[in-house]
Each structure stands twice: as structure tokens, then as C-alpha cells.
Design a protein around this ligand. Structure first.
Ligand code: UDP
Length: 483
């Protein structure tokens, strides 16, 4: 039996947080790191999921595990393996937990057989590597089936779901009926929002842990105004010469240059000083790109001279696991083409190069920083990382009051929430209002950044994990597991 595939993770110094936290927060993080070293000793903290790259969960694991390791904790990451049938099935469960039917095949007994066999094999492989007292954090539906086998061991098993929707429907209920029998013996659970936990787990040990952003990653690292202009220029987003090198900073502090260009759908270029309204998203109907565009055309463009809209998303050619993206982008292109020329020339679509994920992230970073207003007019959203990303860049964000977006923005203080995401005139008025009032936009942007500093950085995430794990391992008889 071969072991699970270990994901190599860097070790990064948690001291980096000192530059972005206030004094009190930094003291709390320092104390937490010391506490972690003391109580974990030789225990290993395992994160298990199904992919080492692609998607928000993998991105977060790379960052959080690196800082935990930097703090002296033996944090490890392994990914499960399975045959294509298994991943077709778990993709379906994923879609169902989001409330849609996925491929529509439902969840039957034959699916259980595949699911139990694959998760059992992976659990056996992991079991062979665990020591008594280890902590195992299993992520998402792909790993739920590992819980019973791992709970036979003298280890702590926590299951975390990163998925959820505001109002569960029959699809969601079916997915939970499938997963719950496996989850029963877990010691504790983590959800992004209280509403995402199934009622059957209401009496169990549940901790709410929202996601966080990595402010030292290329997606969020600080950039000067000149760097922003150069990267937007070189990537073909705006009409500007690179006055400084289009440089961005990797997670580990090394640097690189943006070289690839976005594919633009536009009638004329965006001027460097044109006020720009931006939504960055996958090409997905739930992000309502056509609504963002129509609302801008009807309720912003007529009232704010010079304002332009940019919809940016991954080039579908570069995202093999999202065939729907290309179809949606074509729909958005068609909707744009159908607009009257006078407003169409002010609406721009950018397909961002995906060959190099860090370069793509740096372009997203520069676009978000360049925006006068950032929009996230989603019809549904688990959390909505793009919102915190833009808030950290001190941008005023106009976003729908759905899912985790509500937890990020305090309406009127750190952004503007839209009660009804389909109300295009309210959306347009919110955007136009911010464009017309730079002082209010700046104040909201500053409050947004402070809100992210307080609640949505990796430091908060790590401290919450520590709180939960410390409670679970207390008095388990392995207190003397000193490294
Ligand atoms: N994103 C990106 N490149 C793109 C478009 C989006 O890196 O061309 C990122 C975006 O910055 C964010 C993530 O993809 O970090 C999307 O996460 P979110 O929670 O907003 O939505 P999801 O795609 O998970 O529904």
C-alpha cells in the first residue's frame, strides 16, 4: 500500500504579519504561536483534501500551513487519490451542496459503494502514517468517508465543509443524507456560516470559521500606483506605457514580471484615468455578468460621464475543469455585442491569461487596485473571496447581500450591500453614487481595509484553528508528546 501524496509546503515566517497587524493583534498572534508550540509538541496537524492546486481551499492551505510550519508546528498536507468515477460523484455532491443538480444523476447505492471503497483506501493509507494524538482536519465532501476509519484510531478527527448556500433545497438535503452517516463519529465540525450546517448536526461541536485571504500572495501583495499602471498596461487592460517594470511579489518574497496579455473584447481601449467599475469572477451565471453589464448600461453609463465597466475572468482556454466558463463567456460577449454602440464602447471584457497562476493573480491584484468601484453582484455566494480581496485594497465594494458577502461588508460602512441582487436600478444607483462621491468612496475603502485587517486575514484563521484544536486535545493523555 503506498502512502497518500504529500503536498510540499513552504515554511514562512509568521513574523511577516507584524507589518499588517496592529500592535494588539500582533501580540495575540505571537502568544498564539507560542501556545501552539507548547501544546502540540510532537503532534502532527494534518490537512487532507483532494487537490494541491486550483480553487480557494488549496490556495488557503498553501498559505496557512506555511505559516503554521513557520510558527514551529508540524503541519502537514496530503491529498487523496481516486478513480475518475469517484471524482465525478464527488463533483455531483459538491454541486448538490450548492443547491444544483450537477450532472443530475442523483446519489444512489452504487455511488455509495464507489465512495466507501475509495475513501476507505485513502483512510487506510493515512492511518498508516498517523501517530496517537495527531489532529486530522478533513476538508470537503471528498474526505467525509474517511471519518469512520480514522475515528477508530487514537487521533482527533475534524471535518470541515467549505460549501453552503443560504436556503437549502432538495439537492442539498439529498447530499447531506448521503454524507451524514460517515460524519457521525467526527469529534468536531467547521462551517463557513452557521446556516451552512445541516440541522442534523445542530447539537454537535460546530465552529464557524470563515475563509481568509493571504495578503502576501501575488493576489493581494502591496503594489505602488506605478506598478498597478504598468501591470494593467502590459497586460493590455488599460492603454498605458509601463513606466516601471511590471513586477509582482511571490508568496516567498521573490519577484517576477507580468508578460502575458489579456484577451480584450472591446471597441476602444480603457484610458488610464477613466473611472473604472470592475467585477472579477469566473464566467458563471451565478456571478450574473450579464446583469452587471445591463445594470451599468442602463443605470450608470447615462449618469456618470467617462465611467467604464470591466468584467474580468479567467481565459476559458486555461481552465480545463470548467467547461461551462467558455459557454458563459460567449453569452456575455453576445449580450455585449447587442448593446447600442454608444454604451457598448464603455464596456470591456477581459479574459485573463491562466498559463501562470501567479501572473494571473498579479493581474487580478492590479485590476482590483485600479478600480474606482468593485462590484460583486452574485446571485448566490458561499463566501466570495473577491470581496475581501477588493476590501483589503481599500476599494469601495458594491455587492449582493447573499452568503458570506453579508459577513464581510457592513452596509454603508465598509461597502454597500444590495438587498435584491436582481434590482438593477438599485445596483446602478449604488455604483453611480460612489463614483460621484470620491470622499465617501475613500472612507468606505479605508473602513473596508480595516475590516479585513480585523477579521479576514490568515492570522485570525490560524488563531481560530488553534482555539479549536487546543480544546479538542486537552486532557487526551498525549500532553507529553514533546518534539
Ligand atoms: N480569480 C482569479 N483569476 C480570475 C478570476 C478570479 O484568480 O481570472 C480568483 C479571485 O481573485 C478569487 C477566486 O478566483 O480569489 C474566486 O473566489 P470567490 O470566492 O470569489 O468565488 P468562486 O469562484 O469560489 O465562486
Amino acid at each position: 500500500m503506498h502512502s497518500l501524496e504529500h503536498v510540499p509546503v513552504k515554511t514562512l515566517p509568521p513574523e511577516r504579519f507584524e507589518e499588517v497587524l496592529d500592535e494588539q493583534q500582533w501580540k495575540v498572534l505571537e502568544a498564539a504561536n507560542e501556545h501552539a508550540r507548547e501544546i502540540f509538541g510532537a503532534r502532527r496537524i494534518w490537512s487532507i483534501n483532494s487537490t494541491a492546486s486550483g480553487g480557494g481551499v488549496a490556495e488557503m492551505l498553501h498559505s496557512l500551513i506555511a505559516y503554521a510550519r513557520g510558527a514551529g508546528v508540524d503541519a502537514r498536507w496530503a491529498v487523496i487519490e481516486g478513480e475518475p468515477d469517484f471524482f465525478v460523484l464527488t463533483k455531483r455532491i459538491h454541486h448538490q451542496l450548492h443547491g444544483s443538480a450537477g450532472d443530475g444523476a442523483g446519489l444512489g447505492e452504487a455511488d455509495r459503494a464507489v465512495y466507501e471503497r475509495v475513501t476507505r483506501e485513502n483512510a487506510d493509507r493515512l492511518a498508516a502514517e498517523l501517530n496517537p494524538g495527531d489532529v486530522v482536519l478533513l476538508h470537503d465532501p471528498q474526505t467525509a468517508g474517511m471519518v469512520p476509519r480514522l475515528c477508530e484510531l487514537d487521533v482527533h478527527v475534524i471535518w470541515r465543509s467549505h460549501i453552503g448556500i443560504d436556503r437549502p433545497n432538495a439537492q442539498v438535503e439529498e447530499a447531506w443524507r448521503f454524507l451524514l452517516p460517515y460524519l457521525e463519529p467526527a469529534q468536531a465540525f467547521i462551517f463557513t456560516r452557521r446556516d451552512y450546517a445541516p440541522p442534523e448536526l445542530a447539537q454537535r461541536d460546530i465552529t464557524i470559521v470563515p475563509p481568509s485571504i493571504d495578503v502576501f500572495a501575488p493576489k493581494n501583495h502591496a503594489m505602488t500606483r506605478e506598478q498597478v499602471a504598468s501591470i494593467c498596461g502590459v497586460a493590455g487592460i488599460v492603454d498605458a506605457e509601463a513606466i516601471v517594470p511590471p513586477e509582482y511579489v511571490h508568496h516567498d518574497g521573490t519577484t517576477d514580471l507580468v508578460g502575458r496579455r489579456a484577451e480584450m473584447d472591446q471597441d476602444e481601449p480603457i484610458g488610464l484615468h477613466d473611472p473604472l467599475v470592475v467585477q472579477v469572477s469566473r464566467w458563471d451565471p451565478l456571478k450574473d455578468p450579464v446583469g452587471v453589464m445591463t445594470g451599468f448600461a442602463e443605470h450608470v453609463a447615462p449618469y456618470v460621464a467617462n465611467a467604464r465597466l470591466l468584467l474580468a475572468g479567467p481565459s476559458p482556454a486555461g481552465v480545463t475543469d470548467d467547461p461551462e466558463g467558455g459557454v458563459v463567456l460567449e453569452q456575455v460577449r453576445a449580450a455585449r455585442a447587442a448593446l447600442p454602440a454608444e454604451v457598448r464602447r464603455r464596456i470591456h471584457l477581459a479574459s485573463l491569461p491562466m498559463e501562470d497562476r501567479s501572473e494571473n493573480a498579479a493581474i487580478v491584484n492590479a485590476i482590483q487596485r485600479h478600480a474606482a468601484v468593485v462590484v460583486q453582484k452574485s446571485l448566490a455566494e458561499g463566501f466570495g473571496l473577491t470581496v475581501s480581496e477588493a476590501m483589503w485594497k481599500a476599494r469601495p465594494v458594491v455587492a449582493s447581500r447573499v452568503g458570506g458577502i453579508q459577513d464581510q461588508i457592513v452596509d454603508g460602512e465598509s461597502g454597500v450591500l444590495l438587498d435584491d441582487p436582481k434590482d438593477l436600478s438599485a445596483y446602478g444607483a449604488a455604483v453611480a453614487g460612489l463614483l460621484a462621491d470620491p470622499a465617501r468612496s475613500a472612507a468606505i475603502g479605508e473602513a473596508a481595509r480595516e475590516r479585513v485587517r480585523r477579521d479576514f486575514l490568515g492570522s485570525r484563521h490560524l488563531i481560530q484553528y488553534l482555539g479549536l484544536f487546543a480544546r479538542l486535545i486537552e486532557h487526551d493523555g498525549h500532553e507529553d508528546a514533546v518534539a
